[in-house]
Design a protein around this ligand. Structure first.
Ligand code: COA
Length: 164
């Protein structure tokens, strides 16, 4: 398992790989199509201040998953904080530790800029993601009712937090 940092130099080459991983991992139908982000949204998120992405690969360099996050350092008035914006692991390679590696990598990256809390948002019915986050020490701090609008249902979002 390896982690590759997405930078200005490699984003053109790796952007399509991230979009494909996202398309394969996020398949729930929504009124707009499905929940996957597409290359444009991924690149747009990455262009925001403090954003970063990490790609996980197998030992033989096959792309397995990625995490997109944002982290800001402390200011005079506020503590530094970080957020996981999205995470996706190739469905045929889930449950092999890539998700954990990516979240831990994001926390390390966030700490480097001085963030001491990490937040994320997860659908209340997303058992795999919820288990991963709980195992890594994230706690529920809020619930946004009817947050995710899907084709045939609406689902609450849980906001989770962890000190990093
Ligand atoms: C959520 C996701 C990123 C997890 O990635 P992963 O590589 O499968 O996770 P890991 O293998 O690192 O698992 C980490 C822990 O979570 C638990 N876990 C993972 N999938 C699980 C599942 N389906 N059911 C129960 N627990 C699960 C594992 O048991 C593991 O704990 P362990 O290390 O003690 O065994 C992956 O399932 C995914 O891409 N899902 C689709 C996209 C998505 O929902 N993203 C999150 C949006 S908030």
């Amino acid at each position: 398992m390896k982690i590759i940092k997405i930078t200005h130099e490699n984003v053109e080459q790796l952007g399509d790989i991230m979009a494909e991983l996202h398309r394969r991992a996020f398949t729930i139908a929504t009124p707009q199509g499905n929940e996957s982000w597409g290359l444009e949204s991924i690149l747009s998120s990455l262009s925001q201040k403090g954003s970063f992405a990490l790609l996980a690969t197998s030992a033989d360099d096959e792309p397995m998953g990625f995490v997109l996050g944002r982290a800001v350092g402390p200011t005079e008035k506020f503590d530094g904080e970080a957020e996981i914006l999205t995470i996706a692991v190739d469905p045929t390679n889930q449950n092999r530790g890539y998700g954990r590696l990516l979240v831990e990598g994001a926390a390390t990256k966030a700490r480097e800029v001085g963030a001491n809390k990490m937040y994320l948002e997860v659908a209340a019915d997303n058992i795999a993601a919820g288990s991963l986050y709980q195992k890594l020490g994230f706690k529920n701090i809020a619930r946004r009712v009817d947050y995710y609008v899907r084709k045939n249902e609406v689902v609450d979002a849980l906001i989770m937090e962890k000190s990093i």
